[in-house]
Design a protein around this ligand. Structure first.
Ligand SMILES: [Cu+2]
Length: 452
């Protein structure tokens, strides 16, 4: 009887060791995690007649001891260690931190505005466009694919919006812009606009930073009164002259004029700050394409799990600044029909013309970075295949596609005549930008979170 008790005890110890992930010494040898290794010697020479009895005893104990049963459930034993979405690189690149806009010092604001203004007035030799306008052109031309426009090459759809590459495309775009700002001032980073922060909008719209709402144009919103917007005539950007070939209304193609235009908080886009809960609920999503789409804000999931129209988060903030004329009588899923974009930020092709664009997109990118840091893993993290060209993990994204695709023309000018101004040898795929730290920047939030 004693023999049986001893062997039963040994087997329980084996099981205990199998469940406790620390290498340990057992029966004179170091073993780790494997019942097979651990118990080899225990089962050796064990009388066959008692084996069935022991098996029954173990089964009974597993059944009645819930903890043991839980640990031994195959799904948990076989569950692989979670792997991070990308390696957390210990970068040797000096860390540049993107800060929340409300935390910028007066001199940091001045440095950002100075670098932006310098890019806006610097026209490279042989070009018709300033460095800043070349970025605007890149963004405008992402809209030059599809919709019957004369396009050539494998890219057939918008490479930057409405699909999986929305987040990586804008990450690359933003980092490229920031690198260019850093040629003016090496310590400048793009601050981010946390749209749940009640103070952030006022900080952005100060004259010592990105200027105020537009002025001088009154529009009537049926049933709600009159609201003012128009050209931005105060602040550091007031003397900007815009190229009208790049600055046009997105539905009609009509020029928006040669000044930055803002219609801030015109109803029904007058909610600010946005509710924290709307942003926070993104973090419960484990599926990359759903996360990407919901953050872009032009779609939401309905009760049946289908994507339907929306106008929230990133898309809403574009309109909060730019303004839109809508037809509320023709709403779909509670989303009004847009009749026309009123200002620069709401006319999506040319929206980077308003520097607020960069702060908005730094926040979009930050939320993605935080989501990535949470360790959402597996096949759902980025689509490897199955999407139109430009939206799979290893597809080059126009204009960083080695010149394989050419967009169609958009707006009132001949933008294709300027294509050579944005030609680049860089070939960038979504896979290249997943690890934001390897691109040489961090966020104040992701930096702190990684230290914990
Ligand atoms: Cu965009």
């Amino acid at each position: 009887m004693n023999g049986i008790v001893n062997r039963l005890t040994a087997i329980f110890i084996c099981i205990h060791h199998a469940l406790n992930p620390t290498p340990h010494t057992h029966l004179g040898e170091t073993v780790a995690y494997s019942i097979k290794n651990c118990c080899k010697s225990t089962f050796k020479k064990f009388p066959r007649t008692s084996f069935v009895l022991l098996a029954v005893a173990i089964a009974v104990i597993i059944k009645v001891v819930p903890v043991a049963g839980q640990y031994l459930s195959p799904s948990l034993l076989q569950q692989p260690e979670p792997t991070p979405v990308y390696p957390h690189v210990q970068s040797t690149v000096p860390e540049l931190v993107r800060k929340r806009v409300v935390d910028l010092t007066a001199s940091e604001k001045a440095a950002f505005v100075n670098a932006v203004n310098t890019l806006h007035k610097t026209i490279p030799e042989g070009s018709n466009l300033s460095i800043y306008e070349q970025f605007v052109l890149q963004h405008v031309l992402t809209m030059g694919f599809g919709h019957g426009l004369e396009t050539s090459g494998p890219q057939k759809v918008n490479p930057a919006h409405g699909r999986a590459a929305f987040l990586p495309w804008h990450r690359q775009f933003l980092r490229e812009f920031e690198r260019t700002l850093q040629t003016i001032d090496p310590v400048v980073t793009v601050p981010y606009w946390d749209w749940t922060d009640p103070k952030a909008l006022d900080v952005i719209l100060q004259d010592n930073f990105l200027g105020s709402n537009g002025q001088g144009v009154v529009i009537e919103v049926p049933g709600l009164g009159t609201f003012e917007g128009g050209p931005v005539v105060t602040g550091a950007l007031a003397d900007w002259t815009l190229n009208e070939a790049l600055h046009f209304e997105m539905y009609t193609g009509k020029p928006l004029g040669d000044r930055l235009i803002r219609f801030v908080a015109v109803p029904p886009f007058n909610q600010y700050p946005l509710p924290k809960a709307d942003t926070e609920k993104l973090f419960s999503i484990d599926h990359y394409e759903a996360f990407n789409a919901l953050l872009e804000g032009a779609e939401k999931l309905n009760d049946r799990g289908r994507f339907v129209e929306d106008w929230s988060l990133h898309a809403y903030i574009h309109t909060l600044i730019g303004g839109a004329e809508v037809d509320t009588a023709h709403s779909k899923n509670g989303v009004p029909k847009e009749l026309r974009a009123l200002g620069t930020m709401d006319s999506i092709p040319c929206s980077p013309y308003d520097p607020i664009f960069w702060l908005l997109h730094a926040n979009v990118d930050r939320l993605w970075a935080e989501w990535q840091d949470q360790g959402h893993t597996g096949q759902t993290f980025f689509p490897v295949r199955g999407n139109p060209f430009g939206h799979n993990l290893s597809d080059p994204m126009f204009p960083w596609d080695g010149g394989v695709s050419k967009p169609g023309n958009l707006g009132p000018g001949n933008l294709l005549a300027w294509l050579s101004a944005i030609a680049t040898d860089q070939v960038i795929t979504p896979a290249d930008v997943l690890d934001f730290r390897s691109l040489g920047y961090n966020y104040d939030t992701t930096r702190l979170a990684a230290d914990q």
